[in-house]
Design a protein around this ligand. Structure first.
Ligand SMILES: CC(C)CC(=O)SCCNC(=O)CCNC(=O)[C@H](O)C(C)(C)COP(=O)(O)OP(=O)(O)OC[C@H]1O[C@@H](n2cnc3c(N)ncnc32)[C@H](O)[C@@H]1OP(=O)(O)O
Ligand SMILES: Nc1ncnc2c1ncn2[C@@H]1O[C@H](COP(=O)(O)OP(=O)(O)OP(=O)(O)O)[C@@H](O)[C@H]1O
Ligand SMILES: O=C(O)CCC(=O)C(=O)O
Ligand SMILES: [Fe+2]
Ligand SMILES: [Mg+2]
Length: 333
């Protein structure tokens, strides 16, 4: 086994080895051993990423950085999450989401029912995550120096209630974003505890960041689907899958066209992760009317009109309101 392949094994999670598929390990190992100089379109050289890491992102659309966020910081995010669940703090703009199986059942809704917090940009304790220097120095490799935190989430993936609603269908995050250019957007996703295939780790289809934005819609799942959990309509079921198993503090950075999702949580614990989507502050907004993104625009606008209590909130506005500068200068976002 070559040293490049060994290194790959270190940075990768578990690789699905179904016999019919070429694993991403093999394709990337080829890229490593190639002596051809390659032009890299997906990242900048800031002196941080090794050539191997840059090539890995180029080929696969993600990189995994082990042990990036400290236990102390993760403990603080967990405490704040619990305070929010106990309603000891009220955070403007925060969306508290419950799993559809619980939201639509007769069960008493206690704090355990919270499956996701979204838009925590007004909570200084959770928003610290988005400004951590150890995160931003990686983000800068993809966005450049002027950085906006556009979308924040703390995911508390619940034990599956028996209807497989804890799954997150395979999707591309760009479906939700009316801004470009695509390659100047990146997601940081940090495991707040060990994440495995058992508790529903991220699953990615490596290399799909090189494709285009696909049509998304609700998957036809018998047990129900969570609000706004759109999935890619047609994806290749034979495409190799990587199950990104991670330890607490490990962080994956991934491209907004990378097809990813997460399987159901088959454990009794709530699988926690914290994430932020960043974009270069010199990105620009686009009009998604007449594109495949029109369906999500319509859904978001309806919810936003209720949430902000005013009519006619544009899709673009919902993003401009939530975005926060975390490094450099705010330019066109
Ligand atoms: C890149 C990134 C952006 C990708 C993603 O994040 S994909 C996921 C995106 N998810 C979101 O944006 C979160 C959307 N969720 C929300 O806005 C909220 O949680 C809502 C679904 C509107 C519920 O708000 P809430 O204030 O809790 O309202 P209520 O409890 O009064 O419920 C209102 C009606 O909604 C239903 N509901 C609540 N939670 C869910 C759910 N998880 N899935 C499907 N339906 C749901 C609830 O049963 C109720 O329905 P009706 O009784 O009106 O029929
Ligand atoms: N028909 C589908 N449409 C869209 N996404 C799907 C579909 N079926 C599965 N997925 C998604 O694909 C990803 C991985 O699927 P996978 O089959 O590995 O997970 P699972 O069925 O929940 O668990 P496992 O197969 O590991 O027991 C998950 O994000 C899942 O939600
Ligand atoms: O944590 C997960 O299950 C994945 C969430 C995700 O991909 C998203 O909300 O866009
Ligand atoms: Fe996603
Ligand atoms: Mg399955």
């Amino acid at each position: 086994m070559s040293r490049a392949a060994d290194r790959l094994r270190l940075v990768m999670g578990h690789v699905d080895r179904s016999p019919s598929s070429i694993t991403c390990e093999q394709t990337s190992a080829q890229a490593f051993t190639s002596n051809q100089p390659q032009r890299l379109r997906y990242s900048y050289d800031t002196g941080l990423l090794s050539p191997q890491q840059r090539l890995f992102y180029e080929e696969n659309g993600f990189i995994l950085v082990r042990n990036l966020v400290s236990d102390g910081d993760i403990e603080r995010f967990r405490k704040e999450f619990e305070r929010i669940c106990r309603q000891e703090v009220k955070v403007p703009g925060l969306v508290v989401m419950r799993d559809v199986a619980i939201a639509k059942s007769e069960f008493v809704q206690d704090q355990k029912a919270v499956s996701k917090l979204q838009d925590f940009q007004e909570d200084p304790e959770l928003f610290r995550y988005c400004s951590l220097p150890e995160i931003l120095k990686y983000v800068e490799c993809f966005t450049g120096p002027n950085i906006m935190a556009m979308h924040t989430m703390l995911i508390n993936k619940p034990p599956d209630a028996g209807k497989k609603t804890s799954r997150h269908p395979l999707h591309q995050d760009l479906h939700y974003f009316p801004f470009r250019p695509t390659d100047r957007i990146v997601c940081a996703w940090t495991a707040m505890e060990k994440v495995t295939r058992q508790n529903g780790c991220l699953v990615v289809l490596p290399g799909t960041h090189k494709s285009t934005l696909q049509e998304h819609d609700y998957p036809e799942w018998e047990g129900g689907v969570n609000k706004m959990y759109h999935g890619v309509r047609n994806y290749d079921p034979d495409h190799p899958r990587v199950y990104v198993e991670m330890e607490k503090g490990d962080t994956v950075f991934f491209h907004p066209l990378l097809i990813h999702g997460s399987g159901m949580n088959q454990t009794k614990g709530f699988r926690k992760a914290i994430s932020c989507h960043y974009a270069s502050s010199d990105c620009y907004y686009i009009d998604v009317k007449g594109t495949t993104q029109e369906n999500i625009e319509n859904e978001v606008s309806q919810i936003a009109e209720k949430k902000y209590g005013m009519g006619d909130v544009s899709f673009m506005d919902t993003w401009a309101i939530r975005g926060r500068l975390v490094q450099g200068e705010r330019i066109s976002m």
